[in-house]
Design a protein. Structure first.
Length: 150
């Protein structure tokens, strides 16, 4: 007879939202990484570059909120981009604020990466189906909103 602390790991892993979201995110990220490889960046770096480009110059704290990544993890992810010369981080008017913007090299890499991302997006859409992709994106947006406000 199972004790109250015992569990069926297979049943839990099949029903766990976190486990399945992370598993899905890993496999999708791997696919996008393969496509973006020739641009010399990974999917996570692409999304950061896009967010910086869309909001530049942007305070690191604001970027952290937009991409829903804690500041420590974001700082760790920004360092290689800064070392490669893809972004510049400068002080804001308030010394506590640091601003990120793409460099000309970063804009060039992003331009090179865009068609690669489009190919990854098209492949993903083809494999999943456009209707399923749209539904998934809607559900993921609802998930973020529900968790952030809950």
């Amino acid at each position: 007879m199972p004790t109250p602390t015992s569990f069926d790991a297979y049943q839990i892993s099949g029903a766990c939202a976190c486990f399945n979201l992370r598993k899905s995110a890993r496999v999708v990220t791997q696919m996008y990484d393969r496509k973006l490889r020739t641009a010399g960046i990974r999917a996570t770096q692409f999304t950061i570059l896009v967010a910086i480009q869309a909001h530049a110059p942007i305070a690191i704290q604001s970027l952290s909120r937009i991409i829903v990544m804690d500041r420590t993890t974001l700082a760790r992810n920004l360092k290689p981009l800064e070392r490669k010369g893809l972004i510049a981080i400068t002080p804001g008017t308030d010394r506590r604020v640091r601003l990120a913007r793409l460099t000309s090299e970063g804009q060039s890499v992003l331009s090179q990466a865009l068609p690669l991302w489009q190919a990854a997006q098209a492949e993903f859409s083809q494999k999943l189906g456009l209707a399923n992709l749209e539904t998934m994106l809607d559900i993921l947006s609802q998930t973020v909103a529900a968790i952030q406000t809950g």
